[in-house]
Design a protein around this ligand. Structure first.
Ligand code: LIP
Length: 271
């Protein structure tokens, strides 16, 4: 079996177990453990517990790989470069605020990347985005397509004449909101409507599935977009942003079908 598909299978199995734990903890009641970059940037006990489970399973099944997780950061191996050249980039519960409020739009996001652990230069080989509340598991292996429940996914080639159905998000730092709202005002002329789903991994999965024509957001961290980006590109979409060489990353992430890409990227970047 090609490495990409082997890694995808490992990620699918672990995402299912991790998602089940997240869903169970949700039903038992959510404990806020701490706040991070801002008062609104919360971490729950479940975020930490689910990440620890994923890390344990990966160490059991893929001992030589590196790990970059939202809640536990990079491990020692990253600095030296993982023996296998593979790094797992993990967001245990993407959409933590949705999770805390009981909105069933959150996901376990797991990606296997190779090359340097910098989003600008890594190459994603396998990806899983699993929403345990809906039971939907989106997955992709590089060169083998993006899938949901056995259906091959494809982005919308171009939006309808009514305009594009777009999604976006806002960071936790209130000081960034005015700029984000100005960006929305620049983009709205392209849109038939806007969605704020609250989890970048699901926004990207929905672009891959053709449920959205496009998505744009400033301020994403590597674990927010690592898996979703491979879903979009394996579904025939384009991803870019404000990073070096217009790569996706914290400055800006844009994902759409081919027809809308340049227009949305320019509007999002204010070019
Ligand atoms: C969230 C992203 C979302 C963004 C939020 C937050 P988290 O990630 O998925 O797109 O708008 O500000 O970054 O914190 O739930 O893992």
């Amino acid at each position: 079996m090609p490495l990409e598909q082997d890694l995808q299978d490992v990620a699918i199995q672990i995402a299912r177990e991790a998602g089940e734990l997240a869903r169970r903890r949700r039903s038992e009641g959510v404990m806020i453990a701490a706040t991070k970059s801002a008062l609104a940037d919360i971490v729950t006990e479940a975020d930490r517990e689910v990440e620890a489970l994923i890390r344990t399973r990966l160490t059991e099944q893929r001992p030589g790989d590196g790990f970059l997780g939202e809640e536990s950061g990079a491990d020692r191996k990253l600095a030296e470069g993982p023996a296998t050249g593979i790094t797992w980039v993990v967001d245990p519960i993407d959409g933590t605020v949705n999770y805390a409020y009981g909105i069933p739009s959150y996901a376990v996001s797991i990606a296997a990347v190779t090359g340097s652990p910098e989003p600008e230069s890594w190459q994603a080989l396998a990806a899983v985005v699993f929403n345990p509340a809906s039971g939907e598991l989106f997955h992709a292996a590089r060169g083998h397509g993006a899938w949901l429940d056995g259906e091959r996914l494809a982005v919308n080639a171009e939006p309808s004449a009514a305009g594009a159905l777009l999604a976006t998000g806002f960071g936790y730092d209130p000081a960034t909101h005015a700029g984000d709202l100005a960006r929305v005002a620049r983009v709205m002329p392209l849109a038939r409507d806007l969605r704020r789903i609250g989890a970048a991994s699901l926004d990207l999965a929905f672009v891959a599935a053709g449920r959205l024509d496009g998505y744009f957001e400033r301020g994403l961290q590597p674990w927010d977009h690592a898996a979703g980006v491979l879903l979009v590109t394996e579904a025939g979409g384009l991803v870019g942003g404000g990073g070096p060489g217009r790569t996706a990353g914290t400055p800006m992430t844009v994902a759409t079908g081919p027809a809308l890409f340049e227009t949305l990227l320019r509007a999002a970047l204010g070019e």
